[in-house]
Design a protein around this ligand. Structure first.
Ligand SMILES: [Zn+2]
Length: 469
């Protein structure tokens, strides 16, 4: 897409002005003069659509009908999917799908920001005073991110049991031991980092939050595959060398593959490792059907479909947690909670992360679906950045509704990689469940006309329904 810097600046400025409540009339005038004056070969940013949809009603009244029509046509012609994507033909090239939360959202799986309210709901049922107080405290301070909460609980517990680190933290954060003694005493009294009482309660709290989080995720077992997973399976059916990497714990992708009688490898189960015919599915943050023993670290994988059946029939409410058969230790779900430093904590997953890195490096096309490249996942972003800088023919297709994601990534990669060609990052800025099946069809060289006609037919049907009989 050819979008000038001036256009981007104008868009950003108008977006801020909209937030500040600048009159619609002013915004619309600026939009009209920009579209009227821009060079013909310059594309319009998809973000204009949102502004236009919001102010269209005012524009009808404000502008001359022919002006309005011209503007409306210009906006409606904005490309949501880069043309380049429809030209891609996979000819023995390695394709890797990378799935984030956005790929599972259509299956009804809550995204990160919805998790904390759910966690508090569960906490209230237990009726524990400390959790209630914490919920109120977070509420008052508008702490809504489960990642922040679990990270703070984890760090607190870690420092509580490591005295040396506690005093170092005191030095770094609160200048304890740096100033005159009296001041030091006062600041220490004001911010008592640790007392004997705190140690056990912090540990208990962290434990409870993590258990609640485990319970929360175990409800994901009842989710079923959506159009995203089905489209990937359709693609894999023709290109079995394709790999899938996911940061989701849920079993939707697994289920879609298994139900099409495809075998899976890349999981933690040893016996599948050499099965070269199986499809590679790498679950970087663990899986709801994986568990590990806290004492002997033995990992186990449970049959996902059986687990789902048991859960749905309500035979067991939390299927993975149990007792280790080897050492009688406590078994825990092997899933990485949203922690800021998750990659330090899970030695069981090191092999899995390494194979994710190798797989990403081997890809010609990396199709990224609903993955936000968040700050907390710097590890994955770094792998991709390194891979894109080593392999100059590698291309990324970003399927995401966030209009700012692709511009941000293009900027980020350009600043890291010398002479980076931004056209290596292609954008499909639309709901994944709608657009991914289209992309897959086009890559499989299926007649896209077919899907087009069916949409037109549907539209005609809808119109017919809408008409009074
Ligand atoms: Zn054990």
């Amino acid at each position: 897409m050819n979008i000038s810097k001036d256009q981007k600046q104008l868009l950003r400025r108008l977006q801020t002005e909209i937030e500040h409540g600048i009159p619609e009339r002013y915004i619309l005038e600026r939009l009209r003069s920009f579209i009227g004056e821009k060079p013909k070969d310059e594309d319009l940013d998809p973000a204009w659509k949102k502004i236009w949809d919001k102010y269209k009603a005012t524009a009808v009244k404000l502008f001359h009908p022919s002006d309005f029509q011209n503007l409306d046509e210009a906006i409606q012609s904005i490309k949501i999917v880069d043309d380049e994507i429809t030209k891609i033909r996979v000819d023995g090239d390695k394709v890797v799908f990378l799935l984030g939360a956005g790929a599972s959202a259509p299956s009804g799986i809550p995204e990160v920001n919805d998790l904390l309210p759910e966690l508090w709901k569960r906490a209230r049922k237990i009726g524990r005073d400390d959790l209630d107080k914490l919920a109120v405290w977070c509420d008052e301070r508008r702490i809504v991110n489960i990642e922040d909460l679990l990270t703070a609980a984890y760090i607190s517990n870690f420092t509580a049991t490591n005295r040396g680190i506690t005093s170092l933290l005191g030095y770094f954060l609160f200048s304890i031991g740096r100033g005159p003694e009296e001041e030091e005493y006062v600041s220490y009294r004001r911010r008592p980092i640790m007392s004997q009482v705190d140690v056990s309660s912090i540990g208990f709290l962290q434990e409870t939050l993590q258990t609640l989080f485990g319970l929360l995720t175990s409800t994901m077992i009842s989710a079923s595959p959506n159009a995203v997973h089905e489209a990937i399976v359709e693609f894999i059916d023709k290109h079995p060398d394709t790999s899938i990497i996911t940061t989701n714990y849920d079993g939707c992708m697994d289920e879609a593959l298994l139900k099409h009688s495809l075998q899976i490898r890349g999981t933690i189960a040893e016996h599948e490792k050499d099965n070269s015919k199986a499809i590679e599915l790498i679950k970087m943050h663990g899986s709801i059907n994986w568990a590990y023993c806290e004492s002997c670290q033995e990992v186990r994988e449970f049959d996902l479909l059986k687990m789902k059946e048991t859960y749905e029939k309500d035979i067991l409410s939390y299927p993975v947690i149990g007792i280790c058969k080897n050492c009688k230790g406590t078994r825990r779900p092997l899933l990485v909670p949203p922690l800021s430093f998750k990659f330090l904590m899970f030695p069981n997953l090191v092999d899995i992360w390494n194979s994710a890195r190798q797989t990403i490096e081997a890809a010609r096309y990396l199709i990224v679906v609903g993955y936000s490249f968040s700050e907390a996942d710097t590890y994955i972003t770094k792998i991709i950045s390194h891979s894109m800088s080593m392999n100059h023919s590698q291309r990324m297709i970003i399927v995401d509704t966030n209009q700012n994601l692709v511009p941000t990534l293009r900027e980020r990669f350009s600043s890291h990689i010398d002479g980076f060609d931004t056209r290596r990052i292609l954008s499909a800025c639309k709901n994944a469940e709608e657009v991914l099946p289209q992309i897959v069809n086009s890559m499989l060289q299926k007649d896209i006309q077919e899907s087009k006609t069916s949409t037109t037919e549907e539209a005609t049907k809808k119109q017919q329904i809408a008409k009074p009989v």
